[in-house]
Each structure stands twice: as structure tokens, then as C-alpha cells.
Design a protein around this ligand. Sequence first.
Ligand code: NAP
Length: 248
Amino acid sequence: MKLLENKVALITGGSRGIGKGIVEVFAAHGAHVAFTYNSSAEAANAMAQELSKDGVKVKAYQSDAAKFDQAETLVAQVLEDFGSVDVLINNAGITKDNLLMRISEEDFDRVIEVNLKSVFNMTKAVQRSMLKQRHGSIINMSSIVGVQGNAGQTNYAASKAGIIGFSKSVALELGSRNIRCNVIAPGFIETEMTQKLDEATVQSWRDGIPLKRGGTPEDIANTCLYLASDLSAYVTGQVLHVDGGMYT
Ligand code: NAP
């Protein structure tokens, strides 16, 4: 059964990792997908071409989610190209890890801008059209680190914790218009972001997870599928932990 037929989804950071997994699962479920990237133009356009089939439209857009003006321009263009935005997934994110002692102001600010300010930019940009159509599902990608903290990630943890407070507030503000807003807090998902780490560290993480494996982009994409579809019609303001049992 296709769960997203005729819905339009806008996904930030869809060119790699978790975002790519979401674009693939959504297209397979019949959604038309607009997704963004920051610098991977070639990969993003190839993906869009490959997934545009069986009546499904998939298109890639270069847009820095951290920039307010670019988010506005992007959403206006997507509305022109697709006619509506039913689902927004704020997935784009970066890390610039360092101990507080060594972290620069620049690296703190950039992580907050790309991971948190972007969620404000994009949500504000889609708000008007979602209010008019009186429905919408907004899904924001936080992290277990935003809930528990992590040494060496003060900037990242602050950005991901901020997403949770922002999302719960949006759920309260827009619920009366049938616009839902939920958060996913992934644990350890194996993507390029985590491939930078050494194998021994990665294996020790896998061993410490109750389900004894790292997550896959598809694990997160399937949770997005639930939150985007009408299966979750009565779910808003929630944080779903998708982490193999790491957070209890
Ligand atoms: P990833 O493999 O590094 O991919 C990041 C994606 O975000 C790419 O498509 C990248 O585009 C895009 N992006 C980066 N900066 C951007 C910007 N300024 N504007 C627009 N797009 C931008 O990351 P991932 O592991 O899939 O993570 C995706 C999300 O899940 C992030 O929010 C991350 O914090 C969160 N998360 C990940 C894990 C994990 O274990 N992997 C765990 C918890 C939470 P380009 O290809 O053009 O650079």
C-alpha cells in the first residue's frame, strides 16, 4: 500500500545519508518530492532523475537552509513547481565537534544556524501555505544528543535541543489548523556523517546498543513515513526516539 500518494514533501538535506533515505522511501510511497542540498549538485540531480518515475516527480534544489532569504525563495519556487507543500522535513544538519575549551565562536554559530535557525526559516516559509490549506505535517530531525547531551558537542546538542522546544511550540500554535509538528531523535545512524569515525569506536557503539546494531537511513525514513502519513493524524508535539533502545 502506498501511504503518501499525491502528497508533496519538501525535505532539506536530501542528497546524502538519512535525507536520501527519506527521499527514496517517500518516492516509493507515491509522494512527489522536492529536496535540497548544499553542495552535492551532481549527486542530487542524478538522484532526482533516477527517482522521477511511475508518475512521481522528484526535483533537487540548491539552497542553504541556514539562510532566511534562501528558504523563502525555495518555498516560493517549490509551490510554483509542485502546487503545494503537505509535508516539510527539516533534516539538513552538520557537526563541528570540539571541546568547549577549544570550540570557536564561528563553529558554534554555524552549527546553530544550519541545524536550528534553518528549522525556523523553513517552518516560517511554509507556514502560510499550510495555514491556507488547513493541513500539514512538519517533521524535525533532532538527535539523542539533543536529549542527553554529549561531551565535545555543545554546539550540536544545543541546536538539537532547541529543535525540540521549537517543535513543541509550533505544535501548540498550529494544531487548531490541523498542522502537526513532531520530532525524530535518531541514535546512531550509519551514514557519511558517522563514517568519519574510526571503526573500533563505531563497533563499541554498536555493542552498547540494546538492538546491537547502528540504525539505517531507512529506519529513520520509515518513521518519517508514519509521521507524514495519515496514520499519525492524531500525533503532534512528540519526540520519537529511533535509536535501537539507546534512550530509555
Ligand atoms: P549527512 O550524511 O552529513 O547529510 C547531510 C545532508 O544535509 C546533506 O544532504 C547535505 O547536503 C545537507 N546539508 C548540509 N548543510 C546544509 C545546508 N546548510 N543547507 C542545506 N542542506 C545542507 O548527515 P546525516 O547523518 O544523514 O544526518 C541527517 C540529519 O540527521 C542531521 O540533522 C543530523 O544532525 C541528524 N542525525 C544524524 C545522526 C546520525 O547518526 N547520522 C544521528 C542523529 C541525528 P550536501 O550533500 O550538499 O552537503
